[in-house]
Design a protein around this ligand. Structure first.
Ligand SMILES: Nc1ncnc2c1ncn2[C@@H]1O[C@H](COP(=O)(O)OP(=O)(O)OP(=O)(O)O)[C@@H](O)[C@H]1O
Length: 620
């Protein structure tokens, strides 16, 4: 099986559409379950608040009846005040408790998602747009937290308060209750019809938001290409199409909500008028007293509260269920190592801790984790390796044999698509071989953890991406224990010391694409590789022209490191190739010739063509 053979995530929008509601409920439940004790306390407090809200009109009735008979108001007023103070305190505490719970749920979900990204197979992760993954980690988790914490409690509270109010109203005056029930039925009917439409519209708006994230991210990243191609207008259109779609769906939701609230608000106001008229009649024929009518009216007024609570929380729950479905999709990203297989849907905490510890250990002791070199066992051997990027794809390398000695420079050359980068991907275990074996210091890869195999390497990427953080963090992230002298030594060697000293914050300046040049960024990447003191340095040379200082720094580094350790380069410059100890000429995923520069000039026509092309490029 290859690294790229897993089922891809569905794009946002279609993401969770096919998932049955029961599955989504299970996912949501899995997020809430670790917090059951806190949820139970919050529910109890909520019920207490509801009980106090239910008692208040009865106490009001008592006040009015006491007034009618001219008794002392002290006790009922004290009870009313007491209910007010206790109700406020309980309400405040419940608010904070639910808030903390919601934040804990979001934090936990985000932690699991980020661990999953970092632990997943490289090419499965790279198949997804960063914008989409960002949206799932940021806004989908917010929708989830409300659904998993406050909404269920809100639903229970709302239902209890509603039923409680109706029971007390029946006890106060049954005929008046029957007059009210008509309005309650209208409200429920209205929401039963309109709620699914609201939820659907909000789900679509959220999916459009994920598309917007993807478009903005891609456009900002490629801003130079966009501007140099004068493509701002078309990018603007592409981005705004998603923004417009989000607005369209949100507006549909707003309109439907407005309709629902207007109809139900109107129905309740009508109910109040009916209760007032019918109640006044019943008072006039002495079927009921004024205090009871006032208490009853207070309950009718109060009915809107629990009904709002019920419907709003149902909407939140619906959005949360959709978000839960999308978040669960992250679980389709296959982990490259069983120890890093974290359950995103939060069923067991253990996996999270194991993965966190594993990541921390990997970062702390790269050198200690290395397979020791012994005698003249080659640093790396690839024996009959065939690999592809997907079950159905053509092989990207075929039957590859390659031996990298403990010291020396191996250069890979070949035209575009020949399979050079794939060789490095295999060495770094970003891709898994279909056939053949790879051995590190004589130990087959199957016997090594991914991180252990990678600890032998330092990798300088062609594009040298900027990792968010300071220059110091960027330099040290493969060897956090490097001393200040080592750092300064490497910076001097790569002609970076002066540049970094000129920055106001020196090494602690944030590394951005604007405060260092492309060449300087490449040298920072080289400095990081040198500080890692790898057993094998992997270097994918930039195809673009680099400045003279950077080119010289690359040559010196290769020559220096190759004296004592292994260096494997994907060479795009004649000067890099000429001095290599071993050159592999690749074509169509196969090695077609190997030898030194002088040998290959005599034996390989393809090599002569490649060199001729490089000579032309070099002299331009
Ligand atoms: N992530 C990927 N998914 C699918 N196919 C890929 C992927 N990366 C490379 N390939 C395919 O594998 C083959 C070898 O590509 P590779 O990148 O190794 O070539 P290369 O010699 O490094 O080319 P270049 O010099 O242009 O970088 C090509 O056919 C390419 O299309």
């Amino acid at each position: 099986m290859t690294d790229a053979s897993s089922v891809p995530l569905q794009p946002a929008g279609s993401a969770a559409d096919s998932m049955p509601t029961s599955a989504r409920v299970r996912i949501l439940w899995s997020f809430a379950r670790p917090y059951l004790p806190a949820l139970a306390v919050a529910l109890l407090l909520g019920l207490l608040t509801s009980a106090m809200a239910l008692i208040s009109p009865l106490v009001t009735e008592w006040v009015l009846e006491t007034l009618e008979v001219g008794g002392s108001l002290l006790n009922p007023v004290l009870i009313l005040l007491g209910l007010l103070v206790v109700g406020a305190a309980v309400g405040w505490y419940q608010w904070v408790l639910l808030g903390r719970l919601a934040e804990d749920i979001v934090y936990d979900a985000r932690r699991r998602m980020v661990l999953r990204y970092l632990g997943s197979r490289v090419f499965d992760l790279l198949r997804h747009s960063p914008g989409e993954l960002v949206t799932r980690t940021t806004s989908d988790t917010v929708l989830l937290n409300q659904a998993a914490s406050s909404s269920v409690i809100g639903l229970i509270n709302g239902a209890v308060t509603l039923v409680g109010s109706l029971v007390i109203m029946a006890w106060l005056d049954l005929p008046l209750l029957l007059a009210t029930l008509g309005a309650v039925a209208v409200v429920f009917l209205c929401f039963a019809v309109l709620m699914p439409r609201i939820a659907k519209a909000e789900e679509k708006a959220q999916a459009a938001l994920a598309g917007l994230g993807t478009q903005v991210e891609g456009t900002v990243r490629a801003v130079k290409t966009v501007k140099s191609s004068s493509a701002e207008a078309s990018r603007y259109e592409a981005v705004m199409e998603h923004a417009g779609e989000s607005r369209r769906h949100s507006m549909r939701s707003v309109r439907t909500q407005a309709t629902a609230w207007t109809i139900s608000g109107g129905a309740m106001e009508l109910a109040i008028v009916v209760v007032l008229g019918f109640g006044a009649y019943r008072v006039s024929i002495e079927e009921m007293g004024v205090p009871t009518l006032v208490a009853f009216l207070l309950y009718v007024w109060g009915l809107m509260g629990p009904m709002m609570e019920l419907t709003q929380n149902l909407t939140t729950l619906q959005s949360g269920l959709a978000a839960a479905g999308r978040i669960a999709q992250i679980e389709k990203l296959p982990a490259e190592d069983a120890a890093l297989e974290v359950r995103v849907t939060g069923r067991a905490d253990q996996g999270v801790r194991t993965a966190e510890n594993r990541l921390a250990a990997q970062g702390g002791s790269r050198t200690a984790a290395r397979v020791p070199t012994s005698g003249d066992v080659p640093a790396l051997q690839m024996q009959g390796v065939t690999a592809r990027y997907g079950a159905e794809a053509e092989p990207a390398v075929v039957d590859l044999d390659l031996t990298v000695p403990q010291a020396g420079h191996v250069a890979l050359v070949g035209s575009s698509g020949a399979g050079k980068t794939t060789v490095l991907n295999l060495m770094l275990r970003f891709l898994q071989a279909d056939q053949g074996r790879i051995l590190l210091s004589g130990v087959p890869y199957e016997k090594l953890a991914h991180a252990q195999a990678r600890s032998a390497f330092a990798y300088v990427e062609q594009e040298t991406p900027v990792v968010p953080g300071t220059i110091r963090e960027n330099l040290l992230f493969s060897n956090p224990g490097a001393s200040e002298e080592q750092v300064q030594g490497v910076l001097e060697r790569l002609h970076l010391a002066e540049k970094i000293a000129s920055l106001p914050e020196g090494l602690d300046a944030a590394l951005t694409e604007t405060n260092v040049s492309g060449g300087q960024r490449q040298r920072i990447s080289l400095a990081r590789a040198l500080l890692a003191e790898p057993q094998v340095l992997l270097l994918d040379e930039a195809t673009a022209q680099v400045d003279g200082i950077t080119e010289a720094a690359i040559q010196e580094t290769i020559a220096e490191v190759a004296k004592t350790r292994a260096v494997v380069t994907i060479a795009h410059r004649l000067s890099t190739i000429i001095d290599a100890d071993q050159i592999l000429v690749m074509d169509g995923g196969r090695v077609t010739a190997r030898g030194t520069h002088a040998q290959l000039l005599g034996s390989s026509e393809l090599y002569r063509d490649l060199v001729a092309a490089l000579r032309i490029e070099t002299t331009v």
